[in-house]
Design a protein around this ligand. Structure first.
Ligand code: UD1
Length: 339
């Protein structure tokens, strides 16, 4: 199949292209490089030995998007392109609503015009808000605590409305838990802008000496050791989930929603210790106040994806840390580190 990947130069997008290539799909990317680098696409091509047709376009620009649909016979779209920084979304909500919501509507309109009605959408466990219990299954009630999360929830709702209006659409919504790690080659990985917000890239930067110490946001949560518990999932497992989700599109089975997680939760301290083993050194940390909007525990019940997509995450926390560490040491400044 020919797959259009929006946001294909980003962290999850780039890993997904490699898995799509492995499964013999043809990949086209639209990315405006607002938070990513063209270098990632170059490296993806080098890893998979296949080329990617790349358009440096913004999905908000419908004329440009139409060119892509005219020039290529697209079967399915995998839609990653979105802003994702929670803190920034609180201070600049309109920037998030414009880019994420208007961008998605623009894409869906063009898809509709060209009768391409197959889409896999990149959602997040953030749509579960503070869950009443763990593990979380897809039927849990939805709520959000910040504009970024609200854009994900709104985009899910928009897709639901689109499907209800025209059930010839095939839509798979994937709710990711916490993607971490990197490709085994150490050539592609997560390349955050400035000081990382998320745990794993922050720990990596402490390990490589770019940050002095990790601040652990609270040690008084009702968890195994008081620190926050999350479901970290290797980005390559997550990427492969998209290939399996394509089968659901091929089955023409309407609108489906899946959690992509491992089903296992690790605390901040457990994650830090796993990373210490991977990098072979002790890492400095201090306990600080809780971060506003954080929850105690969040991990998936991944049974639905296991059963219906025949997908399961196979990589453990030690491998996630080893791969994140390899990427960090080989590219201390991300893609700016050069060749
Ligand atoms: C965060 C976002 C979530 C988003 C997800 C994307 C918030 C409140 N939530 O989720 O909406 O979908 O990223 O990956 O930002 N931690 C520290 N010190 C740090 C960084 C994190 O102790 O420097 C802790 C956090 O308190 C949390 C855990 O590590 O318990 C994981 O944090 P993070 O990687 O930011 O992910 P989430 O908070 O789950």
């Amino acid at each position: 199949m020919t797959i259009l990947v929006t946001g294909g130069a980003g962290y999850i997008g780039s890993h997904t292209i490699i898995e799509l290539h492995k499964a013999n799909h043809n990949v086209i990317v639209v990315d405006n490089l607002s938070n990513s680098s063209k270098e990632s696409i170059k490296r993806v091509e080098e890893i998979s030995g296949k080329s990617v047709k790349f358009y440096e376009y913004n999905i908000l620009d419908q004329n440009k998007l139409k060119e892509v649909f005219k020039e290529n016979k697209i079967d399915t779209v995998i839609h990653f392109a979105a802003f994702k920084a929670v803190g920034e979304s609180v201070s600049k909500p309109l920037k998030y609503y414009h880019n994420n919501i208007a961008g998605t509507v623009s894409l869906l309109e063009v898809m509709s015009e060209f009768h391409v009605k197959n889409i896999i959408f990149s959602s997040s466990a953030t749509v579960y808000g503070d869950p009443v219990s763990v593990p979380i299954d897809e039927s849990f009630s939805l709520s959000v605590t910040n504009p970024y999360g609200r854009t994900k929830l709104m985009m899910e709702e928009i897709l639901g409305d689109v499907f209800r209006a025209d059930n010839s659409w095939n839509i798979v919504i994937l709710r990711y838990f916490n993607p971490v790690g990197a490709h085994k080659s150490g050539r592609i990985g997560e390349d955050p802008n400035g000081i990382p917000n998320n745990l794993m890239p922050y720990i990596s930067q402490v390990a490589v000496g770019k940050q002095k110490e990790l601040s652990i946001f609270g040690d008084d949560y009702p968890t195994v050791d008081g620190t926050g518990v999350r479901d970290y999932i290797h980005v390559v497992d997550l990427a492969y989930g998209h290939v399996m989700a394509l089968k659901k599109i091929e089955d023409r089975s309407g609108l489906n929603i899946y959690n992509l997680g491992t089903g296992k939760g690790y605390s901040v301290l457990e994650t830090l210790h796993a990373f210490e083993l991977a990098c072979g050194k002790k890492l400095n940390y201090k306990i600080s106040d809780r971060r506003a909007g954080d929850i105690a525990s969040c991990y998936a019940l991944p049974n639905k994806a296991e059963k219906e997509l025949e997908w399961t995450a196979t990589r453990e926390i030690d491998e996630m840390c080893e791969d994140a560490w390899r990427w960090q040491t080989k590219n201390p400044n991300g893609y700016k580190s050069g060749k």
